[in-house]
Design a protein around this ligand. Structure first.
Ligand code: BES
Ligand code: MN
Ligand code: ZN
Length: 523
């Protein structure tokens, strides 16, 4: 059940609810509303915190009994750390920590949003808080006989009524519902997630969301010359699908079409280049990119996105069998390029090749793809940070800026021209793995670039952050829905990049980069 968000102007000690949640800063400095809890304890809150080892650091929570002295039967303190370092991310994490502590509470009242420093916009603070509450109470209980769902049904923040808070809550709830759908799909076991079932779930999600959905079956994939999707899918008894979703804003439309592409491998066994048993354990999550782009499409209309957005989600199961693609086989992709498949476990790039080529041919002004593409990217950046690569610094910067605003960590990786020759094939136009074992995230990116036909393109390798190995902030162990927030922010703020042939579509001066992050190099 979705959580309802509201505002109340009652003071913290009188606001009704099952739980009062108040922030505490580093070194146990009381945040807004904490004085009410202190009064309820007869002035002993500092001693209580000190004795229980609660320091006010980010992610810390502690429950305090209030023994009938204030309206809420219990209070929870949530740490925020240094008050000057509080950002929307801090508040999103804090809201999630409260939600996790509030499994049995139906109504939470909180002063959390009052802890934001003056520089932060009220709307984005409220949005982050709503996202944190929804995502922190997320649980995948589909197959749990005794699973206990969060009871949280209402969150009231204490403060003056402000339309910006209301808007932020609405947007946050919409975004978090989309993220939750992506998580559900990622967490769903592959046995119940054939390409056809995944496509059907997408159709159900997107019905009534102001988008048109088309699903290609095998015959249409053949007619459309989708050699990569068909080749990877041919080893499975469950045939591939290709979902295309078009969002056409009603009313006044802003120029430019944004294309989203997501890898939808419903299970990656590796194919004949079989993975190890442990290597397969998490491979039900290999459709996280597709789940993210489909989830994002479900929220375009509700968020009032004013650009045209088109999503492309190839869905396949990568299995070994008598009909499977063999190492050494050659596939002809949608755009005519031939690919020698030397490792059937490098399958994501094969299905993305068709999807990128299709997007590039259907008047996309800019493309962003999301894919759990390489273990090498996880080696490079770990489990929390996605790699970003692309063919146009201006576009990569725009995607990076969106990710920075919503708190999804991305870090630029280069596409070194020198490495392109590592993909040269003896028999076909290109091969699907590189000679020599290093730089696998980059050579995968270079492979994809071949199919983008010079359209502005950014590639997010989300192999690490698509799933979480433990609860962390707003993330619950398992599928994370990584990328949904970035895509929705990106679509809302989209500016079509300049065309490479010098046609300028807009005349704003290029923005200065403010971070110390390196630019992705085209060397
Ligand atoms: N789906 C995997 C990548 C992956 C690995 C995602 C670990 C999440 C965690 C992808 O299809 C794959 O198998 N990539 C290979 C490529 C190699 C054969 C060139 C890899 O990374 O080992
Ligand atoms: Mn693979
Ligand atoms: Zn894969």
């Amino acid at each position: 059940m979705p959580i309802a968000f509201g505002v109340t102007n009652q003071p913290a000690d009188r606001a009704p609810g099952d739980l009062l949640a108040v922030p505490v800063f580093a070194e146990r400095v009381l945040g807004p509303g904490a004085d009410a809890v202190d009064a309820a304890l007869g002035g002993s809150l500092r001693d209580f915190m000190a004795e229980s080892g609660f320091a006010g650091k980010p992610d810390e929570t502690i429950v305090v009994p209030t023994a009938g002295s204030i309206a809420a039967p219990a209070a929870v303190l949530v740490g925020l750390g240094d008050p000057d370092a509080v950002t929307s991310d801090t508040l999103r994490r804090a809201a999630a920590a409260i939600a996790r502590r509030a499994v049995r509470a139906r109504t939470v009242v909180t002063t959390l949003q009052q802890a934001a420093p003056d520089g932060l916009a009220t709307e984005s603070v409220a949005q982050a808080v709503a996202e944190g509450f929804v995502l922190g109470s997320y649980r995948f209980l589909e197959y749990k006989s005794d699973g206990e769902a969060s009871k949280l049904a209402r969150v009231n923040v204490i403060g003056a009524r402000d339309p910006a808070i209301r808007t932020g809550f609405e947007r946050g709830a919409i975004v978090a519902e989309a993220v939750s759908w992506a998580r559900d799909m990622v967490n769903e076991p592959s046995g119940a997630k054939s390409p056809a079932q995944f496509a059907a779930a997408a159709r159900r999600l997107l019905a009534g969301k102001g988008v048109t959905v088309s699903v290609m079956t095998e015959a249409e994939l053949r007619a459309q010359k989708m050699g990569g999707v068909l080749g990877v899918g041919q080893g499975s008894s469950r045939p591939p699908r290709f979902v295309k979703v078009t969002y056409q804003p009603r009313g006044k439309r802003l120029p430019g079409t944004l294309a989203l592409v997501g890898k939808g491998v419903v299970f990656d066994s590796g194919g004949l280049s079989l993975k190890t048993a442990s290597g397969m354990e998490t491979m039900k999550t290999d459709m996280s990119g597709a789940a993210a782009v489909l989830a994002a499409m479900s929220a375009m209309q509700a968020l009032g996105v004013r650009h045209r957005v088109v999503a492309y989600a190839p869905m396949v199961e990568n299995m070994p069998s008598g009909t499977a693609i063999r190492p050494g086989d050659v596939l002809r992709m949608r755009n005519g390029t031939t690919v020698e498949v030397l490792n059937t476990d490098a399958e994501g790039r094969l299905i993305l090749a068709d999807a990128l080529a299709l997007a590039a041919s259907q008047r996309a002004d800019a493309i962003v793809d999301l894919a759990t593409l390489t273990g090498a990217c996880v080696v490079a950046l770990g489990e929390k940070v996605a790699g970003i690569m692309g063919n146009r610094a201006e576009w990569v910067d725009q995607v990076q800026a969106a990710a920075d605003r919503v708190g999804e960590p991305l870090w630029p990786l280069p596409l070194p021209r020198e490495y392109r020759k590592l993909l040269d094939s003896e028999v076909a136009d290109i091969k699907n793995i590189s000679s020599g074992g290093y730089g696998g995230a980059l050579t995968a990116g270079l492979f994809l670039e071949t199919f983008t036909d010079k359209v502005a393109w950014a590639h997010l390798d989300i192999a690490g952050p698509a799933r979480a190995s433990a609860d962390d902030g707003e993330l619950t162990k398992g599928g994370t829905g990584f990328g949904v927030r970035t895509l929705l922010d990106l679509a809302s703020a989209f500016e079509p990049p300049d065309q490479p042939n010098g046609i300028r579509r807009r005349s704003s001066p290029s923005k200065r980069r403010t971070s110390s992050r390196p630019r992705p190099a085209r060397s």
